[in-house]
Design a protein around this ligand. Structure first.
Ligand code: 2BA
Length: 109
């Protein structure tokens, strides 16, 4: 068995959950926060048998889209007598950051 941990944009989470459920793949959504942008994203925990792994990865690929987001850079753009001048930078987020882990044991009590 494999555990997929996938960090995705909040906006994609409902579409992804629906698509996984339609394919008979169970998922748990965790509310998470990115360390760089410090805004909310979603972490999806998906446990699958190995023969469903590629199905699950394809669904994640198809449901999650890249997005551009703007943040304030934490490095000064210029130094002035007044000091620090913050400036906006644009980053491309996602579609999905995916980790695939081996599962030693899967138990339900
Ligand atoms: P954040 O940490 O909020 O990062 C959002 C986006 O900002 C990243 O998109 C990337 O394009 C950019 N970024 C991140 N760190 C940067 C840096 N030091 N300098 C310049 N740009 C930077 P993604 O790479 O698609 O990542 C989306 C979210 O996935 C991340 O949100 C984080 O929550 C998670 N993530 C990505 N890689 C990870 C990793 N290796 N370990 C754990 N979480 C990860």
């Amino acid at each position: 068995m494999k555990l997929i941990m996938s960090i995705i944009h909040d906006e994609d989470s409902a579409r992804l959950t629906t698509a996984l459920n339609k394919a008979g793949i169970q998922v748990t959504k965790l509310a998470s926060t990115g360390g760089f942008l410090r805004v909310g994203n979603s972490t999806m925990l998906i446990g699958v048998e190995e023969d469903r792994l590629e199905d699950a990865l394809k669904i994640i690929h198809d449901c999650c889209h890249t997005q551009k987001q703007t943040t304030i850079a934490n490095q000064p753009y210029t130094t002035t007598p007044e000091g620090y001048v913050p400036y906006p930078i644009e980053v491309t987020v996602g579609g999905a950051t995916v980790f695939v882990l081996d599962v030693d044991q899967f138990l339900k009590y």
